[in-house]
Design a protein around this ligand. Structure first.
Ligand SMILES: *Cc1c(COP(=O)(O)O)cnc(C)c1O
Length: 429
């Protein structure tokens, strides 16, 4: 095999490889990661004097147990020796069956049926398909529209894009081409009765065309890192029940403890009709997501004119991903994850307080193991990233946001370092 130097790899990368939201050829500098272990990413070559970076991103919410975890490695290896993959049509296997049963067990009680897929965006597509097909099956085919609130993010494929915030977001370009969904204003952080009324009124007024309301519960992630009162979830649940609209929670970012509850729905002690999970599902090891639904939704679909859910990804229920997901869930639930997330929350509150007096900082907010510093201007990505790297930390700011959601295994010293890096990025970005 031909040897590539780091410079060769970066050159090939720039010429041939798309990166998230990137141009071709690439213009941004990429850091070449050689390996990762615990909370540290090891670079092939030093950047700003650092060979190792403490990961402040959990690889976009996913690597909650850190990297190269012996338990997850062992689960992957053991499964690899049995089979990495078999098709899921006409065949089934223990890892997927156990994973689905486990997800039913740990999510709100009414969610009973699990559709396994490859990524979060696909899980949202499946959720939308479930809702539209449910109404078609029960004889209300006009109910095809979705309602959501502004500030959301649900993925990059077509239906998810249609419920991402249409303004200032990443999918503005597609305004005319996407299905036109119903948007209400972004949820205020504190409970506001007037806003709750807006939610109720919109659902009531559009009930005959609405298939579902879809939201990220409690924390809006890539749409702006905003937090809101869980009481709005209750408002949505009640209005949806009253007016015959399904409720979908996209817990792809919030799931598996990140907000301080195992699922953010737990903050309001209620269940949606359909729920999506992904990201931390496999502890950041392999791409996998799941869409769960109630028996009412499943029964509706399965008694319709086309009595099946017509969706079936090639890699559905992938055994390797299922086995790692099971191990990751066991690892999480087998420890005091609530205590760990609380510890991180306290550390973030403490460490990010130093960002408040920095010029240009508009807001500092923390919830669970999520810390956000919002500026009053767009972040200078290059300067902010470099400032964090000089502190020995990996961060990936966007828009006016410098934020962190560290792995749950981040120690207090490393967490303090992440906070210092967020502050440095806020100062220089
Ligand atoms: C990341 C994310 C998605 C999309 O998941 P992918 O695996 O990137 O397709 C959808 N919804 C939310 C809330 C997310 O954070």
């Amino acid at each position: 095999m031909r040897e590539y130097s780091p410079a060769d790899l970066l050159d090939l990368d720039r010429r041939h490889v798309w990166h998230p939201y990137g141009p071709m050829p690439g213009r941004q500098e990429q850091l070449l990661v050689e390996s990762a272990s615990g909370v540290r990413l090891r670079l092939a070559e030093p950047a700003h004097g650092q060979r190792e970076l403490v990961d402040g991103m959990s690889s976009w919410w996913s690597a909650v147990h850190g990297y190269n975890h012996p338990v997850l490695n062992e689960a992957a290896r053991a499964q690899l020796d049995r089979m990495s993959h078999v098709m899921f049509g006409g065949l089934t296997h223990e890892p997927a069956v156990r994973l689905a049963a486990r997800l039913v067990e740990i999510t709100p009680e009414p969610l009973q049926h699990v559709f396994l897929s490859d990524s979060g965006s696909v899980a949202v597509e499946v959720a939308v398909k479930m809702c539209l097909q449910y109404w078609r099956s029960v004889g209300q085919p006009r109910k095809q529209r979705l309602m959501t609130w502004r500030g959301g993010y649900h993925g990059d494929t077509w239906q998810p894009m249609s419920v991402c915030d249409p303004e200032g977001g990443m999918h503005e370009l597609w305004q005319g081409a996407l299905p036109r969904q119903l948007f209400v204003g972004a949820p205020p952080s504190e409970f506001d009765e007037a806003y709750a009324d807006e939610l109720r009124t919109a659902i009531e007024r559009h009930a005959d065309e609405l298939a579902a309301v879809i939201v990220e519960p409690v924390v809006q992630g890539a749409g702006g890192m905003r937090f809101h009162s869980p009481a709005y979830l209750r408002v949505l649940r009640e209005a949806c029940d009253e007016h015959g609209v399904l409720l979908v929670f996209d817990e792809i970012a919030t799931g598996f403890g990140r907000t301080g509850e195992l699922f953010a729905a737990g903050h309001a002690a209620l269940s949606p009709d359909v729920m999506c999970v992904g990201k931390a599902l496999t502890g950041g090891y392999v791409s996998m997501a799941a869409t769960l639904c109630t028996s009412r939704v499943a029964d509706g679909i399965s008694s319709g004119e086309v009595p099946v859910l017509a969706h079936g990804p090639t890699f559905m229920g992938n055994p390797l991903a299922s086995a790692v997901a099971l191990a990751s869930i066991d690892l999480l639930l087998g420890q005091d994850w609530r205590g760990e997330v609380k510890r991180l929350e306290a550390g973030l509150l403490d460490g990010l307080a130093a960002a408040r007096p920095i010029e240009g900082v508009r807001d500092v907010r923390v919830l669970g193991a999520i810390g956000v510093v919002q500026l009053d201007h767009a972040v200078d990505m290059k300067a902010a990233t470099a400032a964090a790297v000089r502190e020995g930390v990996w961060l990936r700011p966007f828009r006016d946001l410098i934020y962190t959601m560290p792995p749950y295994v981040t120690g207090d010293d490393d967490l303090a370092r992440v906070c210092r890096a967020v502050c440095a990025a806020a100062r220089e970005g």
